[in-house]
Design a protein around this ligand. Structure first.
Ligand code: GAL
Length: 839
């Protein structure tokens, strides 16, 4: 990866010292007002959230490695109660939920861990992580002074703590866990619960402390967390945050380096420069533990996403993308930032800062001790203008909204707004589905599609019949997304030809059928679930069946009393009849929970084949259809996604593994940006892309789910699509670009090494640099994929970079006189721009 070189010696020393410190098992974690103190030593910690069920075990070692290479010391994860306890007392810790395995991988990598047990977690995770069954334990109210809730919460917390103790995972036992969290951002909602809220907070803290983990507990956004539980900050910026007690360190549990997406929403991005700015400001202002939420967001497989409407992708624009590959330039820029901050660690943690105002919106914080160790952070908070400042008899120019880091109070090794690392272009390369010639099961016929068409309305016997509507969630208890409602009505010969169906729903989505024909589909918007709509409808003279398939799309995951938010139909009327409007809301309705295909486990790769019918061509635009194909794995080793842009809405599986909900629902056409201005305060709507495009087109299918051949792909399509257009797409990094100038901040702070600015290139996985489509040392202009040679150009540029980089996975090109004609065009700042391909 990118940018500038550290003096080799300096880098080697800090690295060995650093690795040896972390690889040693921790034993004693305490804190004071400045930092955590691990085995007697103050620590400045960079932490990265990676949620274990949002990827697969085969990806975990690579994710942890990529975090470590990115300069991260600590992995942070929530614990996902509803994944671990699907029904009361029935526990699951296998597959993606193998928490012990995940912690071991972190430990084996010589890294530390923050365990946010919650067990309420929010996290855009179904029901905020609390099992839905708990809502139906009589008398339960979540997250307040309520006996059943407290009983189950304590039970689960104790189970997790004991499990961690058993493997000696707490630092106090020599393991990697240095902090544990109870609850999550309850401070925002405590007031809504009155006295019960306050009592609950105190109870939760006490219950946590009584677990005797031997490591400190934290509560985020919990201003009344009792000593010794540490209140921590969650926000896009936490430089102004003050711990609740003067004895406590300043900890940032959630710095959001991007944001999540909803079906029908735009695609949010947070620029790397602003993320780096927020992190640098935090450490400038006395912070000592910082966590990226998320560092790898991953995927909400199956029906795990919260909501309503959180997408299956939880990419989050995080430094590691959904597929597990470093995202450039974000990952690389933050890696450089971490390196710069770590060079300041000793000076930062052992001195009081002196704040120096260098002008309007210009602040230097200087950390200096009597021995002469000195580190300074200089910030230009002006969100428009570059500024030049005088500091200790030297002059420094800072771009707008940026922080320069000077680990020796003299040399700038990093500026948050100057990105020197590579960028990359990603392509999703489609592959036709390759029918397998072999089949996993002698009953399954390969080389063709098989289908199963759901009956419209009640299949089999109704689960119950009653007058009026029920709450959707109280009825399905989230065992499925789907709930059928049917009723019938008689229409006279002459009873209006311009009929309209008027439906109101508490959420989340529905399809309305009349006499087996899909009439309309509707859904709430954003994260607002209620909706209503009017649609023309055709009825025949005589008996008509109205069938409504109501769906949930991820349960509410935050807010006060969120577990009581319902979903489903509240009113259904027919307008335009001879006698006016007919309200069918209190009609006799028959109900069926779930689909017949779900009942028959059609998604299960090994399920008997009796329900499926072979077809030579799969039907298109047909609602309520299950499709099955037996396919080969796509070639290569790149990450794979299922391209569902030609499908409607539904669920997908591969080999019985749940890919998740798909819904290529389009984002609105407005409020996107072409270029994102990193300057100024970020909010999730600031830098959106994807206007008018499906919020999610590609659905991650982990490589480890594939066999070379005979893979069972199952799709349930609700409203109609074209399955012949389904593709696996390979995620391929097509182009690498980098450009860095002679005067870029350099880690070479030793005078002898001055001006050894360098540019680094790295291909993903084990790919190699196969060609250079552009290389110029001089005054090239333009941006990636449109670089142009300038007036000043070293004609040997290309041969130099080819010699150093071709056929290598990574390479470093120094902007030195050995490599380039640095004497060219004197007096002009020159730069090196390159564009390369990996294969
Ligand atoms: C926080 C919450 C996290 C997550 C985040 C947004 O408020 O603690 O769990 O939901 O917001 O991604």
């Amino acid at each position: 990866m990118a940018s500038v070189t550290c003096t080799l010696l300096l880098l080697m020393c800090c690295c060995c010292l650093y690795i040896s410190l972390l690889a040693e098992a921790a034993n004693n974690v305490t804190y004071d007002k400045r930092s955590l103190i691990i085995d007697g030593e103050r620590k400045l910690l960079i932490s990265a959230a990676i949620h274990y069920p949002r990827s697969v075990p085969a990806m975990w070692p690579g994710l942890v490695k990529a975090a470590k290479e990115g300069g991260v010391d600590v992995i942070e994860t929530y614990v996902f109660w509803n994944g671990h306890e699907p029904s009361p007392g029935n526990y699951y810790f296998g597959g993606r939920y193998d928490l012990v395995k995940f912690v071991k991988i972190v430990q084996d990598a010589g890294m530390l861990l923050i365990l946010r047990i919650g067990p309420f977690v929010a996290a855009e995770w179904n029901f905020g992580g609390i099992p839905v069954w708990l809502h139906y334990v009589p008398g339960t109210v979540f997250r307040t002074d309520n006996e059943p809730f407290k009983h189950y919460m304590q039970n689960f917390t104790t189970l997790i703590v004991n499990m961690m103790k058993q493997d000696k995972f707490f630092a106090s036992q020599g393991g990697p866990i240095i902090l544990a969290q109870v609850e999550n951002e309850y401070g925002f909602y405590e007031g809504a619960y009155g006295e019960g809220g306050k009592t609950y907070t105190q109870w939760a803290a006490k219950m946590a402390l009584s677990q005797n983990t031997g490591v400190p507990w934290i509560m985020c956004q919990q201003w009344d967390a009792p000593d010794p539980v540490i209140n921590t900050c969650n926000s896009f910026y936490c430089d102004d945050f003050k711990p609740s007690y003067p004895t406590m360190p300043k900890i940032w549990t959630e710095n959001w380096p991007g944001w999540f997406k909803t079906f029908g929403g735009r695609n949010p991005h947070r620029p790397a420069e602003d993320v780096a700015f927020s992190v640098a400001r935090f450490f400038q202002k006395g912070g000592s533990v910082h966590n990226y939420y998320m560092y790898h967001g991953g995927t909400n497989f199956g029906r795990t996403s919260g909501g309503p409407f959180i997408t299956t992708s939880y990419d989050y624009d995080a430094p590691i993308d959904e597929y597990g590959l470093p995202r450039f330039p974000k990952w690389g820029h933050l890696k450089e930032l971490h390196r710069a901050i770590k060079l300041c660690e000793h000076a930062l943690l052992n001195n009081e800062p002196t704040l120096i105002h260098l002008g309007a919106q210009l602040e230097a914080d200087v950390y200096e001790d009597k021995l002469g160790n000195c580190a300074a952070f200089i910030a230009n908070i002006d969100d428009k203008n570059e500024k030049t400042v005088q500091f200790r008899n030297a002059s420094y120019t800072l771009p707008a909204w940026s922080v320069s880091i000077l680990p020796d109070c003299k040399n700038v090794v990093f500026n948050t707004a100057k990105v020197g690392c590579q960028t990359s272009t990603i392509e999703m390369v489609p592959e036709q589905l390759q029918p397998s010639t072999s089949s996993p099961n002698k009953d399954l016929k390969a080389e063709s599609w098989q289908i199963f068409v759901e009956k419209t309305g009640i299949w089999g016997e109704p689960d119950f019949t009653r007058n009026g509507f029920v709450d959707h969630i109280n009825t399905t208890k989230d065992t499925t997304d789907y709930l059928w409602h049917t009723t019938s009505l008689h229409v006279d010969e002459n009873d209006g030809s311009k009929l309209k169906l008027v439906i109101e729903s508490k959420g989340h989505a529905l399809h309305a059928f009349v006499n087996g024909v899909l009439q309309a589909s509707a859904a709430g918007n954003g994260t607002v679930s209620p909706f209503n709509f009017t649609s023309p409808v055709s009825l025949k003279a005589g008996e008509n069946e109205i069938a409504v398939l109501s769906m949930t799309v991820g349960l509410q995951n935050a807010g006060s009393f969120y577990e009581w938010v319902g979903a489903g139909l509240t009113s259904l009327k027919l307008k335009g009849l001879k006698n006016g409007t007919l309200d069918l809301s209190n009609n006799k309705w028959s109900y069926k929970i779930g689909l017949e295909g779900e009942h028959n486990s059609l998604y299960d790769a090994g399920a008997p084949n009796k329900n499926w019918n072979s077809v030579s061509e799969p039907p298109k635009n047909q609602p309520l259809t299950w499709y099955k194909a037996i396919v080969d794995a796509p070639p290569g080793d790149e990450p794979i996604a299922l391209d569902m842009v030609h499908m409607g809405k539904g669920l997908a599986w591969l080999n019985g593994e749940q890919i998740g909900r798909y819904w290529p629902r389009k984002a609105p056409n407005d409020k996107c940006v072409k270029e994102c201005d990193y300057r100024g305060k970020f909010n999730p709507d600031k830098c959106n892309t994807g206007c008018g495009e499906p919020s999610q087109r590609w659905y991650h299918v982990p490589r480890s789910w594939f066999k070379p051949t005979g893979n069972v792909l199952v799709i349930f399509e609700e409203k109609g699509g074209d399955p012949t257009q389904i593709r696996f797409s390979r995620r391929i990094l097509s182009t690498l670009c980098a450009h860095v100038s002679d005067d870029h901040p350099s880690f070479a702070i030793n005078d002898l090494q001055k001006n050894k600015v360098s540019l680094e290139l790295k291909c993903p996985m084990d790919k190699h640099i196969s060609s250079f489509t552009f290389a110029s040392y001089g005054t090239p202009t333009g941006t990636c994929q449109s670089y142009v040679i300038g007036n000043c150009h070293d004609p040997d540029s290309r041969s130099v970079v080819e010699k150093l980089c071709l056929n290598k996975n990574e390479c470093v090109v120094e902007l030195s006189k050995e490599n380039f004609k640095i004497e060219l065009c004197p007096g002009i700042t020159k730069k090196l721009s390159v564009e390369a391909t990996c294969s």
